[in-house]
Design a protein around this ligand. Sequence first.
Ligand code: AMP
Ligand code: ZN
Ligand code: FE
Ligand code: FE
Length: 277
Amino acid sequence: MSVDLHVHSTASDGTLSPEEIVAEALKLGLTAVAIADHDTFGGVAAGASAAAGTGLTFIPAVEISVEQANHELHLLGYFADPRYAPLEEGLERVRAERLLRGQRTVEKLRELGIDLAYEDVERVADGAAMGRPHVATALVNRGVVRTPAEAFERFLRRGRPAYVNRYRLPPAEAIRLVREAGGLPVIAHPKLMHRDALIAQLVQQGVGGLEAYHVQHNAYDVKRYLELARELDLVVTGGTDSHGPGGSAPIAIGATKVPDICARALLEWLDRNSAGH
Ligand code: AMP
Ligand code: ZN
Ligand code: FE
Ligand code: FE
């Protein structure tokens, strides 16, 4: 029995709608799925409705990119209430900055002689939290590159000529907002943070979970993070980080086997922490 607690939908830079994600999870026989889009809860309501009555447990989440001393890391917020205004305002600001970054990226591409308009990117994003994958797809649509991956390689990744940095929330603020919204802040794909020493520090700031299972964690990484989670008394989560087919890094939902005890641990956490509300 397995689960996938980290999936991106069309509400951010994924290519499957929340309904398609739920259908795919059911087809695969997963017992739980979480939609965790970048800086938005936009896919959560549709996912929850699609899963209602199916036997699939739907877990609402968000993935917030934060910045610590010029270093990007990602925090998952499970069960945070989208109606908690201070959190939504923080995310709204981040999404507004994502649009500005999209405009600046297009400007840089135009300076490189590429015939791309901001409207091309807007059309791909279609109201989603805009990200570089939308620019990558717009470049494919324009025939500038053959694949989104090539767009990252040539233009969009850090160090490439059309890379533009963007505003991110400080970790302490994101952690506090998720906690105040009744959610559990979890460190996403800790391996990609490249700084395990930061984990204990983030826990002191209120992080309560660690994504030990992830498509980019090998068996040794998983073991190491499971041990660390035990030492620090953290909820263990895991997921594929699937962005659906046709994107810049196609990974199928369920491709990483995540034991369903992870979903149960999250639900138990919710039980313990919603008592008295
Ligand atoms: P953004 O949040 O706009 O900076 O875009 C980050 C997203 O772009 C990630 O979540 C991935 O979906 C995708 N991405 C980042 N780096 C790469 C890369 N080198 N190749 C392909 N996709 C990438
Ligand atoms: Zn993404
Ligand atoms: Fe991430
Ligand atoms: Fe992700």
